[in-house]
Design a protein around this ligand. Structure first.
Ligand code: ADP
Ligand code: MG
Length: 312
């Protein structure tokens, strides 16, 4: 008996039974193969999560692993893709770690009916995962960072700051704190991403490193200035929740918190009512220029440029 193949089969392959209609060769060979019909774009994204960098090392490993997959799926949401496949590289310190991580992975694959199309399993001095996800978008409709236009409005689907507040609670020994689950179980906005794409939204990204830092990616790629209005940001539901506990730090958590996995997008003004109706928050507007600006009562206010930077 080979322990490695046996473990891969028992922990991963046998426990995720889904095979997508476009898969011609599934898990178990040297690679998977997929026949994508005319009319679709194949959208792929990869993400890595490392113990003590991406999750505190006292986080249960099944939760850490499910988080890694959910975070990867958020990238598909940002493209407006229908998720279909996961390829998974697991780096585990020992068999117990491998078993725990597999539980989290299998759970998310079932929740979202994803095919676990392949992977790699290795022993490693540090627990870590690399998650590649694949999905489908009708041809020509992937949402992109570079398609914001002058005079577009800026919108948000989802909430901000709750994940950062949850991580703080966990790290300061409030393990059952009211925000902890937002960090441990992020919600990729997959349905919203598809709805936005169907509404004709063209420019979108998911907020992972902080609202203002991620907005700068749209601003640079689209060559527009992005103006956020504090009074609008304060209408986000999570702002009220955060303010109750964090007082004046609530705004900082919203602007720079990170790992929110909300969708930040821009839309022409004629979509305003339609977007309000699906629960999106208007946050500001795009104009000529090339910066991210924070406005309060029509005046620009300074903010610290912060957000997560792996190499700072
Ligand atoms: P190879 O040596 O050809 O790279 P492996 O022996 O590593 O393949 O893996 C055997 C099969 O199991 C492959 O099809 C691979 O994609 C799949 N696999 C390996 N690890 C995982 C995992 N953690 N989750 C899902 N599938 C996996
Ligand atoms: Mg091989």
């Amino acid at each position: 008996m080979n322990h490695e193949f046996d473990a891969i089969s028992r922990l991963f392959r046998q426990r995720v039974p889904f095979q997508h209609a476009f898969t011609t060769l599934g898990n178990g060979d040297d690679a998977s193969a997929h026949d994508i019909p005319e009319g679709f774009e194949f959208v792929i994204s990869t993400d890595t999560a490392v113990e003590s960098i991406h999750w505190p090392n006292d986080t249960p490993l099944d939760i850490a692993a499910s988080r890694a997959v959910l975070a990867a799926l958020s990238d598909l949401a940002a493209m407006g893709a229908e998720p279909a496949w996961v390829w998974l590289a697991v780096m585990a310190k020992d068999t117990a770690a491998l078993e725990s991580m597999s539980q989290g992975i299998v759970r998310v694959c079932h929740e979202h009916q994803l095919e676990l199309a392949g992977g790699d399993t290795v022993r490693s001095p540090t627990n870590a995962l690399n998650v590649t996800v694949g999905g489908l978008v009708p041809k020509g409709l992937t949402m992109q960072r570079s398609l914001a236009q002058n005079n577009d409005e800026i919108w948000l689907m989802g909430e901000l700051g709750l994940s950062a507040a949850g991580l703080m609670q966990w790290q300061t020994n409030h393990k059952t704190g009211c925000f902890v689950h937002h960090f441990q179980k992020p919600t990729p906005q997959l349905k919203a991403g598809i709805t936005l794409r169907k509404m004709g939204i063209q420019c979108c990204l998911d907020v992972s490193d902080g609202l203002l830092q991620d907005a700068s990616h749209i601003s640079k790629a689209s060559q527009v200035a992005m103006c956020f209005e504090t009074e609008k940001i304060q209408k986000i539901a999570s702002y009220q929740q955060l303010q109750a506990i964090h007082g004046s730090h609530a705004l900082e958590l919203i602007l720079h918190g990170g790992e929110d996995y909300a969708l930040l997008f821009t839309a022409t003004q004629d979509k305003h009512q339609q977007l309000l109706a699906i629960g999106a928050y208007p946050l500001g507007y795009c104009k000529q220029g090339h910066e991210v600006k924070l406005m309060s009562h029509g005046e620009e206010v300074k903010f610290k440029h912060q957000g997560y930077d792996h190499f700072a």
